[in-house]
Design a protein around this ligand. Sequence first.
Ligand code: DOR
Ligand code: ZN
Length: 331
Amino acid sequence: MQLQLHTPLDMHLHLRQGEMLQNIAKCSSDFFSGAIIMPNTVPPVTTKEQLLGYKREILNNTSGFTPYMTLFFKNDYDKTFLQSVRDELTAIKLYPAGITTNSEGGVSGFGIEELEPTLQAMSELGIPLCIHGESDGFVMDREAEFMPIYESIAKNFPDLTIIMEHITTKAAVETLQKYDNLFATITLHHLYITLDDVAGGMLQPHLFCKPIAKRPEDKAALQSVAFSGHEKVMFGSDSAPHPRDKKESCGCAAGVFTAPVALPALAQIFEQNGALDKLQAFIGDNARRIYGVQAPEKTVTLEKKPFEVAQTYGGVVPMFAGQTLEWSVVQ
Ligand code: DOR
Ligand code: ZN
């Protein structure tokens, strides 16, 4: 059995910089037509110069791949600045300060007055806002506690396209449906795992990420919205490579590296749930409509043939390392 995917897109991707980028970028560009590139580099991408430099670095290490560039949200971006960078920019990513990897320079107050000038300018210029939606509360409640902030931004800026990134809860699935201008990405790992897979037995550092995987009922809600091909939901891997010694260590870095296994693992779980016909919507069609992006045509063929996942790709341990998936990419 074969399956063709047209112009697959990854709407949330960490490619890092330097040697790491050189080692792992191919794991995305071999399989995807393009991706939204996260700006939590060191330092974060906050100027036009940095954005163009980072884009060049990605283009130099990939082929046939469109990097959709983002800026790291700052309260002091004004309309003149945003206008000057508009043509190079696909979205702006907002992180609460300190919530995850390299997010120390993020936002600490979520009052609408503080956010208003930048969000108003983004709304007028048609720049989508991507949000890492977590409070600083108890780790299992962080996403649910962030829902009032999503609602307040959605209500106050009805013309702003807002992407709830890597949603992990039933609460987020419900909020998503309440406002026309809310959309969401869902990762591969949150379709597969709950907290039990991370910490229910021996600790699995390669499955540790932010937001942390939640309860079975949350996973079921994510699966149901993804497997229905819901028009507001897109695939965003949040593939987040870290060096092996930063994962298998005391003080494990957050992030699951899924780029090399994403398409086969998605085909497997969509097929197991009788939803293979909805994968095309999830992997690209919805994203093209929501973001209005036109990625270069690329057809990826998958076949139902065992795929033995390597222990590392570019020196980084992927999800399903050493395991066998049911689908492989036809090279
Ligand atoms: O687990 C995560 N890793 N979550 C994020 O939000 C950031 C990412 C990273 O950059 O490592
Ligand atoms: Zn991320």
